[in-house]
Design a protein around this ligand. Structure first.
Ligand code: IPM
Ligand code: MG
Length: 360
């Protein structure tokens, strides 16, 4: 089959890691008889340099016209890169928020999985790491504090800033349905995370999630307060399967979940719209300090490409081939520098890409 993929290399290590993901997609295409046509799109700092804005209308339209989007990373160094002298709505990260909203990417899937081979890198104590974990954070991505009205103004001579946390029942319902559907393909357990002891938006969240749960009698539902969840993630991460939560909580908890895997360089993510369309990107950022050195870990981006095959193109067999190739390379001791340990074989970004191509 033929697929049109909009590719956004972005900033920092973005171009290097996206390049490896394209190589792997092409290797999969050659083996299984698919063609991926790529259209490059500018976003983030590189778009600011070229067009003065982090995402142009044309770039958004190109992404929209594709079957799926593959993204590297955007952003630079605050205080060093001149992009951060611009007003907040013109900085690289604003491009990311604009594309999420513009493409209707309301469901952000962030898997956090502890590889057996990388257990030593887990910062939790051995008995906790030994139990292992495999969770999926399902984060609402186009509502809440990120997109509510905000302003900074002087009120009675006092500088005052306001951000608004707003959710309607439809926004909650569609992300809850996504989470329950995903739980069905995993271990049939959803933990919905909120702050219902304080926030109205969380009380509505609980009510709607309970309604959705009625359609999934085979899936267990538990509600957990966000502060408790932060604690449970380091105390006993093995209790989690699907974590369903709103935008801001999901931002914070997904970073926590990624940290306990030992390497953010391994974690993929998908941001899905209604239907099959999605944007796929590593969970990590642009890492400008190591850009251009061919030492970045491309695995998160390559696993994101695998998610693209699975969720947007229904190519499960091909996605498995990528995931299995990566597991076998780890088992054989191949490591990029971020996950390197004694006795292992250190490889560069492009060598890791080549090895994965050979094994798909
Ligand atoms: C993420 C990032 C973004 C977010 C930033 C860069 C705006 O932290 O994807 O988690 O907060 O959503
Ligand atoms: Mg974040």
């Amino acid at each position: 089959m033929n697929f049109n993929v909009a590719v956004i290399p972005g900033d920092g290590i973005g171009p290097e890691i996206v390049n490896e993901a394209r190589k792997v997609l092409d290797a999969v295409g050659a083996k299984y008889g698919h063609t991926f046509n790529y259209t490059e799109v500018l976003m983030g700092g590189v778009s600011i340099d070229a067009h003065g804005v982090p995402l142009t209308d044309e770039a958004l339209a190109t992404a929209k016209a594709s079957d799926a989007v593959l993204l590297g990373a955007v952003g630079g160094r605050v205080g060093i890169d001149k992009w951060y002298e611009l007003p907040p709505n013109l900085r690289p990260e604003a491009g990311l928020l604009a594309i999420r909203k513009g493409l209707g990417l309301f469901a952000n899937l962030r898997p956090a999985y502890l590889y057996n081979e990388l257990k030593a890198a887990c910062p939790l104590k051995e008995s906790v790491a030994d139990a292992g974990f495999d969770m999926m954070v399902v984060r609402e991505l186009t509502g809440g504090l990120y997109f509510g009205e905000r302003k900074t103004e002087e009120v009675n001579g006092v500088m005052t800033a306001i951000d608004t946390l707003k959710y309607d029942e439809n926004e909650i319902r569609r992300i809850a349905i996504k989470a329950f559907d995903i739980a069905r393909k995993r271990s049939n357990k959803v933990i919905s995370v909120d702050k219902a002891n304080v926030l109205d938006s969380s009380r509505l969240w609980q009510k709607v999630v309970n309604e959705v749960a009625k359609d999934y009698p085979d899936v267990t539902l538990e509600h957990m307060l966000v502060d408790n969840c932060a604690m449970q993630l380091v105390k006993d991460p093995s209790q989690f399967d699907v974590i369903l939560t709103e935008n801001m909580f999901g931002d914070i908890l997904s970073d926590e979940a990624s940290m306990i895997t030992g390497s953010i360089g391994m974690l993929s993510s998908a941001s899905l719209a209604e239907g099959k369309f999605g944007l796929y990107e590593p969970s990590h950022g642009a890492a400008p300090d190591i850009a251009g050195k061919n030492i970045a870990n491309p695995i998160a981006t390559i696993l994101s490409a695998a998610m693209m095959l699975r969720y947007s193109f229904d190519l499960d067999k091909e996605a498995n081939a990528i995931e299995d190739a990566i597991k076998s390379l780890l088992a054989d001791g191949y490591r990029t520098v971020d996950i390197m340990s004694e006795g292992m074989k250190q490889v560069s970004c492009s060598e890791m890409g080549d090895l994965i191509c050979e094994r798909v």
